[in-house]
Design a protein around this ligand. Structure first.
Ligand code: AMZ
Length: 272
């Protein structure tokens, strides 16, 4: 199949949500996370590959567990890809896509148009671009133009400054400055991760995340440290109304966050 035409790409999966012109009318989304390292499903602490805990040797089986629990979305990160600058866990991602019908957003090592098109064509709903959003913003803008609603930007911050290359490199650039670059570019979401909290179960950095969401018009997804049902309750508070949702990793794997309770809490807030 020709990869140079957006029209040739497979249509995105239906995420089962009513499409609204006003994103704030939509309910928040809890994204369970699968981080891939050497074909396995792991969780890191503060992004450190040396502090990896393997939670499942079969990422597709893990994706199936999340689907069975009632999730409709899935956040997948190719960790080796984020460090290498190119996709590394291709087979594992393909198996996930074949196994579940979830709406998959994928990041890690997506740094050029060919890779973006390749993943979208394979059935990824939304690609996440981190390092290239800092180094090559024109790529993000072009991709967002070509694939509306299917390109998200991942901004991973230490003390408000964006980290890149698997978080091994620290830039001097402010999260807000970078986010503003994409204000009118048609980017679907900004996924904001507090690196210091990631995998630490200390709770999401709500103040920083909400401040970012209030400062820009792009929907923001909170990530890093989601610890318990309390974070899910914060997600549905009025002060978090501009958030698209949040990502849950370790808390789901170690049972601190019960999937059924979390989804019930969100559904109740939605009023059905
Ligand atoms: O945990 C890490 N060290 C890490 C991580 N989770 N490093 C990068 N990432 C994720 C980002 C984003 O989703 O949160 O990888 C994606 C960015 O990859 P890239 O290759 O575009 O910078």
């Amino acid at each position: 199949m020709a990869l140079d035409s957006g029209l040739a790409l497979r249509a995105p999966r239906n995420d089962g949500k009513k499409v609204s012109a006003n994103p704030h009318e939509q309910s928040v989304i809890l994204f369970p996370a699968i981080d891939l390292k050497e074909g396995r499903c792991v969780r890191l602490q503060q992004g450190d590959m040396a502090r990896a805990t393997v939670f499942n040797h079969d990422p597709a089986a893990q994706a199936h567990i999340f689907e069975t629990q009632g999730f409709r979305h899935l956040h997948v990160v190719d960790l080796d890809g984020a460090f290498a600058g190119k996709p590394m866990n291709v087979t594992a991602v393909e198996r996930i896509l074949e196994t579940v019908g979830l709406c998959v957003q994928l990041g890690g090592g997506i740094r050029d148009m060919k890779t973006i098109e390749g993943w979208l064509d394979k059935g990824v709903n939304r690609v996440i671009i981190g390092t290239a959003a800092v180094r090559d913003p024109a790529l993000v803008k072009e991709a967002a133009r070509k694939f509306p609603k299917r390109v998200a930007v991942g901004l991973d911050a230490r003390d408000g400054k964006v980290a890149v290359e698997g978080w091994a490199e620290q830039s001097e650039l402010d999260v807000l400055d970078i986010a503003r670059r994409f204000e009118d570019a048609g980017v679907a979401a900004i996924i904001y991760t507090d690196v210091a909290r990631d995998g630490m179960l200390k709770g999401i950095n709500w103040d920083a995340t909400i401040a970012l969401a209030e400062a820009i018009s792009i929907p923001v997804i909170a990530s890093g440290g989601l610890a318990s049902i309390e974070d899910v309750k914060t997600m549905i508070e009025p002060r978090a109304r501009k958030l698209e949702g949040a990502i849950a990793g370790r808390a789901l794997y170690d049972g601190r966050l019960d999937a059924a309770e979390a989804l019930k809490t969100i559904r109740a807030a939605r009023g059905r």
